[in-house]
Design a protein around this ligand. Structure first.
Ligand SMILES: Cc1cc2nc3c(=O)[nH]c(=O)nc-3n(C[C@H](O)[C@H](O)[C@H](O)COP(=O)(O)OP(=O)(O)OC[C@H]3O[C@@H](n4cnc5c(N)ncnc54)[C@H](O)[C@@H]3O)c2cc1C
Length: 491
């Protein structure tokens, strides 16, 4: 087939490179992008599965860190979400040691009930390393069977796209620069046949991938697929982004700092810190947001603030006729848990698993759409949770506390509050440890714990908690400094 990718932002080049690697021998891949239409230019914090994506592409980690001005990421710190001044972290990786089928938090809760005063994060290696600016490649904790550090990356989105472009072109992807002025569909089937460029060239294709960003040129502009608007649950609809000079040390985690009508990100890179303010325009004006961001960065600004408007939600069908939408054209969830690039990654994997023949198969298209919907909804619920269980008192936050939430999330909250149980539903992105940390970090503690946590005597319980805490803290202390690792990898 002639596969045509429209758009050369992160999603376009991620798609092009992976398709070239996996199905490039069977299909011709062309990518069209316009130098006159800027990419969104943000999207710099990721979650751990991206390491796997890069590995499949054969990317060398040190080369990648060097060329994208990247840093390592061990989690996200949430500052002021429970209340002003309170801080907790969603650290990647596991916490403590599970008690058979019961998560470690049950053991920790029993310890609390028995008067052992400790913090859940005393048992998270990722947290201990992050807060001490440490990093290392440690699949397991030495001399134990306990899992080691789990990492993702921060990187410069523009440099990542360039990196993948180079790789894609080496693998045979043809890049065409040009502004698409129209999308041409077949009169009866409505399938896309070609796109016309302003230059007069017409690019024909059998299968089209819409990576045109919020414009959604093909999936919406031509195919009118429709959009499910989730702003009643996630009312932040604006962001202002402005990088500043880097601050030392380069911390190995993202910061998410709540403010009166949303939150602010800080993403540490080698050459700068990425900053942005996400806000609800109903509660904060653009001018106020710009002013707030300018006075809340911790280095000298590098460039002017840039305003971005968005509508949280998802494309009703992410695959329609002979077009699949990947990236911002497929929907958008605010970047609170750094999930957008992951959604790009998983859409690509899903597409490769269900790669079509020239004749589209409706059953396959429906299955693709069913899986995409579930994935978006689960991530949506996790993001809403942060807002719903906030402890702040400004009007925006009061509204979030009082709002009705999806039934799927309401059930998860009730189940955790009453029993401490969390189920990671099949293929769900966020782990039980992720949900636990947001629940407990924002003040929701279960009213009881699992019976398996009672299988230890009080003495054994105390010893276990003490040992685990010593192991995590000792292991973190022995790790190298994050900045030393970066210096070694980039010299
Ligand atoms: C405020 C904000 C913060 C974010 N933070 C994160 C984060 O921390 N982590 C994360 O994972 N994700 C984040 N994201 C999401 C992330 O930025 C995107 O998922 C990612 O950049 C993919 O964008 P894209 O490639 O789909 O679209 P874009 O970057 O917008 O690219 C669109 C492409 O389409 C081309 N194009 C458009 N129209 C035409 C035309 N007519 N003719 C030819 N070409 C055209 C453009 O030239 C461009 O190449 C964030 C998003 C926002 C809005």
């Amino acid at each position: 087939m002639n596969v045509v990718i429209v758009g050369g932002g992160s999603s376009g080049w991620m798609t092009a490179s992976m398709l070239a690697r996996l199905v490039g021998k069977q299909h011709q891949i062309t990518l069209i992008e316009s130098d006159d239409v800027a990419t969104v230019g943000v999207g710099e914090a990721t979650i751990p599965p991206i390491a796997y994506f890069n590995k499949v592409l054969g990317i060398n980690e040190a080369d990648f860190i060097k060329k994208t001005q990247g840093s390592f990421k061990l989690g996200i710190e949430f500052d002021g979400w429970k209340q002003a001044g309170h801080v907790y972290m969603h650290a990647f990786g596991r916490i403590g040691k599970d008690m058979g089928m019961a998560g470690f938090h049950h053991t920790w809760l029993r310890g609390k009930a028995a008067g052992i005063d400790s913090d859940l994060w005393d048992y998270s290696l990722n947290y201990q390393a992050a807060k001490n600016n440490k990093f290392g490649f440690l699949p397991t904790i030495p001399n134990t069977k306990l899992p080691g550090l789990v990492h993702a990356y921060h990187f410069d989105a523009g440099l990542y796209a360039n990196y993948l472009r180079e790789l894609s072109e080496e693998m045979g992807v043809v890049r065409i620069e040009g502004f698409i002025s129209s999308v041409n569909t077949a009169p009866v089937s409505g399938f896309i046949e070609s796109v016309s460029l302003q230059s007069g060239d017409v690019i024909e294709g059998d299968f089209f991938i819409d990576c045109s960003g919020f414009r959604a040129l093909l999936i919406e502009g031509a195919l009118k697929t429709g959009y499910e608007d989730w702003r009643h649950w996630l009312p932040c609809d604006s962001a202002v982004a402005m990088p500043c000079e880097r601050v030392d040390p380069i911390i190995p985690y993202t910061k998410s700092i709540a403010h009166k009508a949303g939150w602010q990100w800080r993403i540490p890179l080698q050459h700068r810190t990425g900053n942005g303010l996400v806000f609800a325009s109903e509660f904060m004006t653009d001018e106020e947001a710009i002013e707030y961001l300018k006075t809340n960065v911790d280095g000298k600004p590098l460039g002017e603030p840039r305003l971005i408007k968005f509508k949280t939600g998802r494309r009703t069908k992410q695959w329609h006729k002979n077009c699949v939408a990947i990236g911002l054209s497929s929907g958008f969830l605010e970047p609170l848990e750094s999930t957008s690039l992951h959604l790009v990654q998983s859409a690509i994997v899903r597409l490769v698993k269900m790669f079509p023949h020239k004749q589209m198969n409706e059953v396959q298209v429906d299955e693709y759409n069913r899986q995409s919907k579930i994935e978006f909804e689960r991530i949506r619920d996790f993001i809403i949770l942060h807002y719903k269980v906030n402890g702040r008192d400004e009007p925006f936050w009061q509204r979030m506390k009082d709002m009705p939430i999806p039934d799927s999330l309401a059930l998860k909250i009730r189940l955790f509050e009453q029993t401490g149980t969390i189920f990671r539903e099949q293929d769900e992105l966020f782990t039980e440890a992720g949900w636990q940390q947001v629940f407990i970090g924002q003040g929701i503690e279960p009213s009881c714990y699992h019976t398996l946590a009672d299988s230890l005597s009080e003495g054994q319980l105390e010893e276990l908690l003490q040992n685990l805490s010593t192991i995590m803290q000792g292991t973190a202390a022995r790790l190298p400094e994050h900045s030393d690792i970066l210096a070694q990898m980039t010299k």
